[in-house]
Design a protein around this ligand. Structure first.
Ligand code: ADP
Ligand code: MG
Length: 618
């Protein structure tokens, strides 16, 4: 046997190794990911070379990866049947010529308060992570080139390494780690199996551990869409999403520009947040060439898309990415932008082409879309297109989009009208709806209290302002006086009298131009406040806090029999008339849903009834 060639590590590499050996204590396990990723790269290169028609050593042997452990000896061996390395390549790749990544890594590590071992692979120096766990690393390699021979590379990570010729090696590379005392756990099969599954489940080449095949689920996202069956997608989803049900929606797409992205995204069949499971966390994992970079990657999507599960794989992840800078790196923002826009476009397509499917999605996830409108200025326009509401001109249970509403608007209608109500019946019977019914203007019925904020934030849609029906300045087209209606003067004088009787309970009483069937309605005096907001503000009021002051205007309908009678009564029995006026105000509050305590009203109502029943003639 010839005596070993002794080589020195290049200065920067030695510096790097010193840090790896002495300073990186956390995330030691990542050396497994790095060595498997190198083995997978070598297999990939082999396949590529073979496809190019180049003659290979051991052409029959398929590219594969296998690991063996020796718990008693405290070693792990990583073998692959990839391209292997020649003498020159061993020297170049494992110790002599530092990649540009080495410098960058050293710089990053020097700046980090807590050096993060996970970074190492991204700087192109992943191989050296083996020295986090090993005292001594032995590499046996035989290049795929036919006229090469095998070599052994050995190092303890200090000073240098030794190269010796090695006869009779099969093609590929075999790396043996003699584990340090504090890293012996990695030679335990179950420990190692868990790590491999976590990081390397989607590596394309078979991985065996002590003869057992580990990675059976393929990296589906890298395959072409039309050759993947639904069952395969569903199985994959259940695996990565830890769900036992099939997903509700899926989006599989590839982009080359502006970023290279392969993504497979799923919407779970259920919204767990509404099921009381607490806030969901995005479960989209970030990969680079099938190797996990970050599980449940943060900031890959805006918060309101946190229900998504799946995989994003990008080759463009830069070398100098660290966990902290991951949070706000420009690249991540670009990824976020591309992914979010693509997903919004996808939802739009589903809504267009598969309305029933979209309906199901909408019912389950509308809260998130609305949250997006309120919190994400960038995407609110696109999100507004995805909203669906019941409307006065559409059948019960059918939802319309704002865009379709706008298409139906008659020419003289300038605004989009929305009415907040607890349900359809309440909406159709609301005094605020009367003028719209009479003028044949469509009104969107909003049953979810949050919709009010959504409309506030949107403000306009396709250039038309969104208007609360309560606040719409709209009069009856033809206020043809019903027979027996009060004259304008009489109505005005009654309004004034009611204001005097009600005192501070209302800020103004006026003659309505828009009521048809109701005797009266209240309108919040505050221009931007509607009854729903008023209600929510009350609900959110903390105990002991100042009550939210009511500032309501009362509108009276001069054609309504009750109002006409009231005008007569105030001459005859002012006391009873005052009680009736108060009752009318409370009734209007009930209709608006802002009456706090009906018991006060009950007492008065009983008094009125008593009086009416004892009147002569009844
Ligand atoms: P990177 O993988 O980012 O290039 P590494 O430090 O992990 O950086 O590996 C350095 C180089 O060593 C690789 O680029 C590759 O050329 C070579 N190498 C490492 N492991 C193997 C292997 N199992 N088979 C063939 N070549 C390898
Ligand atoms: Mg590597």
């Amino acid at each position: 046997m010839s005596s070993p060639e002794k080589h020195h590590f290049q200065a920067e590499i030695q510096q790097l190794l010193d840090i790896v050996i002495h300073s990186l204590y956390t995330d030691k396990e990542i050396f497994v990911r790095e060595l498997i990723s190198n083995a997978a790269d070598a297999c990939e290169k082999l396949r590529f070379t073979q496809a190019g028609g180049t003659q290979l050593h051991d052409p029959e042997t398929a590219p594969a990866i296998s690991l063996t452990t020796d718990e008693t000896g405290g070693t792990i061996t990583f073998s692959d049947t990839g391209v292997g390395m020649t003498h020159g390549e061993l020297v170049e790749n494992l110790g002599t010529i530092a990649h540009s990544g080495t410098k960058a890594f050293l710089k990053q590590i020097a700046e980090d308060k807590k050096p993060d071992a996970k970074l190492i692979g991204q700087f192109g120096v992943g191989f050296y992570s083996s020295f986090m766990a090993a005292n001594r690393v032995t590499v046996l390699s035989r290049s795929a080139a036919v006229d090469e021979m095998g070599w052994q590379w050995v190092s303890e990570g200090t000073g240098g390494y030794e190269l010796t010729p090695a006869a009779d090696l099969p093609r590929g590379t075999k790396i043996t780690l003699e584990l340090k005392d504090d890293a012996k756990e990695f030679s335990k099969e179950s420990t190692l199996e868990g790590i491999i599954k976590r990081y390397s489940s989607f590596v394309t080449f078979p991985i065996e551990l002590n003869g057992k095949r580990l990675n059976t689920v393929q990296a589906l996202w890298t395959r072409s869409k039309n050759e993947i069956k639904d069952e395969e997608y569903n199985e994959f989803y259940q695996f990565i999403g830890h769900d036992h049900e099939d997903p509700m929606l899926r989006l599989h797409f590839t982009a080359d520009a502006p970023l290279s992205i392969q993504a497979l995204l799923f919407v779970p069949s259920r919204n767990l947040e509404t099921m009381g499971m607490g806030r969901m966390d995005s479960e989209v994992n970030l990969y680079c060439k099938k190797v996990l970079i970050q599980a449940k990657a943060k900031n890959l999507f805006p918060d309101w898309l946190r229900f998504l599960k799946g995989v994003v794989d990008s080759e463009d992840l830069p070398l100098n990415i660290s966990r902290e800078t991951m949070q706000d790196t420009a690249l991540l923002q670009r990824l976020n932008k591309v992914l979010t826009n693509r997903f919004l476009k996808f939802l739009d397509e589903v809504a267009e082409k598969e309305p029933e499917k979209y309906e199901k999605f909408y019912i389950e996830y509308q809260k998130f879309l609305k949250e997006g409108i309120v919190t994400d200025f960038l995407h609110k326009e696109a999100l507004a297109k995805l909203l669906r509401y019941e409307s006065s001109t559409q059948e019960v249970g059918k939802r319309t989009s704002l865009a379709d509403y706008v298409k139906r608007m008659p020419e003289d209608q300038k605004e989009i009208y929305c009415l907040m109500a607890p349900n359809r019946a309440a909406a159709e019977n609301s005094p605020y709806f009367e003028v719209f019914r009479e003028r044949k203007y469509e009104v969107l019925f909003l049953y979810d209290p949050w919709d009010e904020f959504v409309m506030e934030h949107l403000h306009t849609f396709e250039g038309k302002s969104l208007k609360s029906a309560e606040k719409a300045e709209l009069n009856l087209a033809d206020p043809a006086k019903k027979e027996g209606a009060l004259s304008d003067d009489a109505a005005k004088s009654l309004a004034q009298w009611i204001k005097e009787s009600l005192g501070e309970q209302v800020s103004e009483v006026r003659v309505s131009q828009r009521l048809v069937d109701s005797p009266a309605a209240i309108v919040d005096a505050d221009k931007f406040m509607t009854s729903t907001m008023r209600r929510m503000m009350r609900a959110m009021k903390r105990d002991g806090a100042e009550p939210v002051p009511d500032r309501q205007d009362l509108e009276i309908n001069p054609s309504h029999a009750m109002i006409v009678r009231l005008d007569q009564m105030r001459q005859k029995d002012a006391d009873l008339a005052r009680s009736v006026a108060e009752q009318i105000l409370d009734n209007a509050r009930v209709a608006a849903g802002v009456l706090d305590d009906p018991r006060v009203m009950l007492k008065r109502l009983n008094q009125i009834l008593e009086k009416v029943l004892t009147q002569p003639g009844s």
